[in-house]
Design a protein around this ligand. Structure first.
Ligand code: ADP
Ligand code: ZN
Ligand code: ZN
Length: 827
């Protein structure tokens, strides 16, 4: 048996640590085990990556204890984790920590119980030490007594490890796994409104509330009687101290309320009995063949919006289950809708385990345990679901594979779509990447034969693709042919055309649903002073503050900083302020004025303060209780509502001008996806896209549903710039509160990369400040590095260069450096 274990700890040190395995832990410490070790003065959780019987280190400390009876990570998961760690230069401990629910809350403990036929075996002990009988007597009392080792030790007042293990070997005691109760919380904490009737303003005045956060919270509570505290901190940056302050003032109560009913219960949708069409049959057959072959194979499923991809996923999972295997379905968080979950649950019932960010730690733990124990054969969730501890994986499906949320933007910076392909390979499984708008990289892989391309070119229902019109916002609206309407005729603003207003009006008359996309939340995106030109900026970041009217606050969308909106310029005191850039809040208000009779709901991260609200809004819209749904990109994906016949895009230019080589691609994807929400049943759909730049070729491609056309143009420009798929992009970000220091380190990084042996293989750009040059008080510098696929097909050169940089950079104090392979975010 090995005496030493090499352990990955979740601390920022790029190496494994060696500890010795004490005798009594020999059995429970193996590759993949989760253990506790002393580290300095702390006790840390780590994973055993390997064990050996030799160590060169003189003073090796003992592992303190093992956290689970069986290794938390099996070989496959461990190998997969180490692969990710190599490729993305993330620390092993950091990546392995992603595999299990956060915190120690998921601690499982070993309990001992008497074996069924222990009595006969006890007789065989004869003449053994007394202590053994003492231990046995603990279990012979009330039937089924279960005790942890700690409890046994305590009762007998000595360390009994050796003896209990002996009794296990003799078949008198058995070991079982039990999960600590503390984690099984079934409640969520909520802040509950505790003021009456009066408006938020009155409450604020009456109680002399001054701080912006408290004001914001009062306003949120005046609209929502009950809000989860976790949602407050997550979407609004409202901390527990703010909540406590209002609690002390008696303005809110804290309640532990029972976990809300699960997603699907509120959302009703009949299960449809579908007969696959020809194209779906062909796709399914190809996938089935691969699944049954039991060999690794990757597919790109390019299916237009509404072509019935979900049904293909479901049927292929049926095959996987029939083969006795398991499957993972990855979806972007925002398309993890009750509707999608309902469809899988309708078919697979209790076999489906759902993971999403709104789960409490307790729920997350329960799901995790369910997967481990084999209760769930299918796991659906966002990127982290890729790490589900399923055994015998037969398929991994990545829906909306182009979505940028698959890339984690904090360490470890993995891309779950790319890693799905890797995990499938480790499992000799099938991987299906599906999208109506595949990423340029994936489509290229399909063209090169790395993935097999399968297609769904038509909508699955009787409907055809919606008619898409581009509306020029600069032109005076043509209203010929429209029915005269006094209110609309009077419309004079820069963001809502008469065409769109007419189109909405028609839908209201016909009782058809409308979806309006404005990919910007808040009321105004910035406020500018005419007198001195000052724009109200965040104090901590280099971006402008967004005005939120309902709460009357200016808010930074990056760091959450808030400030009261004043009527005067904070620079020169002038009252001549102009407000620019309409956000969802303004669009909502505008619509309410124009169509007072319409029922309108807004869906963005400001309004979705609880999962109940989210479900309610979707369910109301589905039932036709809501006429118009206004929202950010949250509403662009996955929704399959047959009654929607109009989709309007308020401003298609948002995002187009970002300094990012993927800006065009992302705009194409967003517009195509949101367009795809229109006309999904027999009633024909229409899409109106408003823009100030109708000359952009891109809009034509969207209007003509011409993915290939878009792809070909895009591919040429990618090739010209050696961007993916022709080159890999790595990004080194250097940030510090001290700008000089950040700049200095970034210049050093540039030199180090240049002078390394691979310097001449790489295209290394001089350090520059990104668009958001300062965020949360940190000044930021970027060093962008490109590596050609021709000279560096596996990425080794780029990765090795970054590794060299990491080993040779003394970041000094207060400077933070991150390394991002296959970077997606350059802002
Ligand atoms: P996608 O994910 O490709 O955008 P969905 O999977 O949401 O599309 O399917 C769109 C609609 O078509 C759904 O309402 C679904 O029930 C329906 N549908 C799928 N396959 C068929 C079929 N073979 N016959 C009839 N309707 C179908
Ligand atoms: Zn001014
Ligand atoms: Zn900020």
């Amino acid at each position: 048996m090995d005496k030493f274990a090499n352990i990955a700890l979740d601390i920022p040190v790029d190496s494994l640590f060696t500890y010795s395995i004490p005798d009594y832990l020999q059995e429970s410490v193996q590759r993949g085990s989760r253990i506790l070790v002393p580290f300095g003065r702390r006790i840390l959780t780590g994973f055993v990556v390997s064990t050996t019987d030799k160590s060169d280190i003189d003073k090796v400390k003992d592992i303190k204890s093992a956290l689970d009876t069986e290794p938390a990570l099996n070989d496959e998961m461990l190998n997969f984790g180490m692969w990710i760690s190599e490729y993305y230069l993330s620390l092993p401990g950091e990546i392995l920590a992603q595999f299990i629910p956060k915190k120690l809350s998921i601690q499982s403990e070993v309990v001992y119980a008497s074996a069924e036929d222990y009595a006969a075996r006890v007789n065989e002990l004869r003449g053994a030490k007394e202590v053994l009988y003492d231990i046995i007597s603990l279990f012979t009392g009330p039937a089924g007594a279960k005790l942890t080792k700690k409890q046994i030790d305590k009762k007998l007042g000595l360390n009994t490890s050796y003896y209990t293990e002996y009794l296990v070997r003799k078949g008198i005691l058995v070991k079982e796994k039990q999960y600590s109760r503390a984690t099984r919380e079934l409640t969520v904490k909520c802040a509950v409104r505790n003021f009456k009737g009066s408006s938020a303003e009155e409450v604020i005045a009456e109680h002399g509330i001054k701080t912006p956060r408290q004001i914001e919270l009062i306003k949120i509570l005046s609209e929502n009687a009950k809000v989860e505290t976790a949602a407050l901190s997550k979407s609004h940056g409202i901390s527990s101290s703010t909540i406590n302050s209002l609690y002390k003032k008696g303005l809110l109560k804290i309640e532990e309320i029972k976990k809300e009913r699960s997603h699907t219960e509120l959302f009703e949708e009949e299960e449809k009995q579908l007969v696959l069409n020809d194209e779906q049959e062909i796709c399914l057959n190809s996938i089935n063949d691969a699944v049954i072959s039991g060999k690794f194979k990757a597919f790109l499923l390019h299916g237009v919006t509404g072509s019935g991809k979900t049904e293909v996923y479901i049927r292929s999972l049926e095959t996987v289950i029939a083969e006795g295997k398991t499957g993972i379905v990855l979806v972007p968080e925002i398309s993890l809708t009750p509707q999608l979950i309902k469809r899988f649950k309708n078919r697979f019932g209790e076999k489906v385990g759902v993971i999403h960010s709104k789960l409490s730690e307790g729920e997350r733990f329960d799901t995790y345990r369910g997967i481990q124990d084999g209760k769930y054969g299918i796991v659906i969730g966002p990127r982290s679901a890729l790490f589900a501890p399923l055994k015998n994986i037969g398929i991994i499906i990545v829906d909306e594979e182009h979505d940028s949320s698959y890339k984690q933007e904090t360490s470890p910076r993995y891309n779950a779509r790319d890693m799905a392909v890797i995990r499938a390979r480790f499992n000799s499984a099938t991987v299906v990447l599906g999208s109506a708008t595949p990423s340029v990289e994936s489509y290229y892989n399909a063209q090169k034969g790395k993935y097999e391309l399968i297609r769904l070119s038509r909508r699955a229902t009787e409907s055809s693709m919606p008619e898409v019109k581009i509306v020029d916002l600069r032109r005076k609206s043509e209203t010929d042919g429209f029915e005269y309407s006094e209110e609309i005729e009077k419309l004079r603003n820069r963001f809502f055309s008469k065409e769109l207003a007419y189109a909405v009006k028609k839908r209201l008359e016909r009782k058809e649903g409308v979806i309006l996309l404005q990919n910007r939340r808040g009321y105004h995106s910035y406020i500018e002073c005419i007198n001195c030109g000052r724009v109200e900026m965040c104090e901590r970041c280099s971006i402008s503050l967004t005005y939120h009217k309902k709460i009357n606050l200016l808010k930074c969308h990056l760091c959450g900083y808030t400030k009261r909106a004043a009527a005067k310029c904070s620079g020169c005191g002038s009252e001549k302020l102009i407000e620019s850039g309409a956000g969802t809040e303004k669009v909502e208000e505008f619509l309410a004025n124009l169509f007072p009779e319409a029922k309108i709901e807004r869906m963005d991260s400001d309004t979705m303060v609880s999962k109940y609200k989210y479900m309610k809004v979707l369910s109301d819209f589905h039932k036709g209780n809501t006429d118009i749904l206004v929202g950010t990109q949250i509403i662009s994906k996955g929704l399959d509502f047959p009654n929607v016949t109009l989709v309007g895009v308020i401003n298609a230019d948002i995002g187009m001008l970002f300094p990012d080589f993927r800006a065009t691609e992302r705009t194409f994807q967003l517009l195509t996806q949101v367009s795809g929400r229109s006309g999904r049943s027999e009633k024909p759909g229409e899409v109106l896209i408003q823009t100030n730049h109708p000359e952009y070729k891109l809009f034509e491609k969207v209007a003509e549903h011409d993915y290939e056309g878009f792809y070909n143009t895009e591919l040429r420009s990618r090739e010209a710039g050696m961007y993916p798929p022709f080159g890999r992009i790595g990004l080194v970000e250097i940030k510090s509160k001290n700008q000089k220091e950040a700049e200095r380190i970034s210049r050093n990084a540039f030199d180090t990369l240049k002078n390394f042996k691979y310097g001449s293989y790489l295209q290394i750009f001089t350090p520059s400040q990104p668009l958001i040059s300062k965020a949360k008080d940190f000044y930021r510098y970027h060093v962008v590095v490109k590596s050609s696929r021709k000279t560096d097909p596996s990425g080794k050169i780029l990765i090795e260069s970054f590794r060299h940089l990491r080993q040779n950079t003394d970041s000094g104090s207060g400077v933070r450096i991150t390394y991002d392979i296959d970077a997606m975010n350059f802002l």
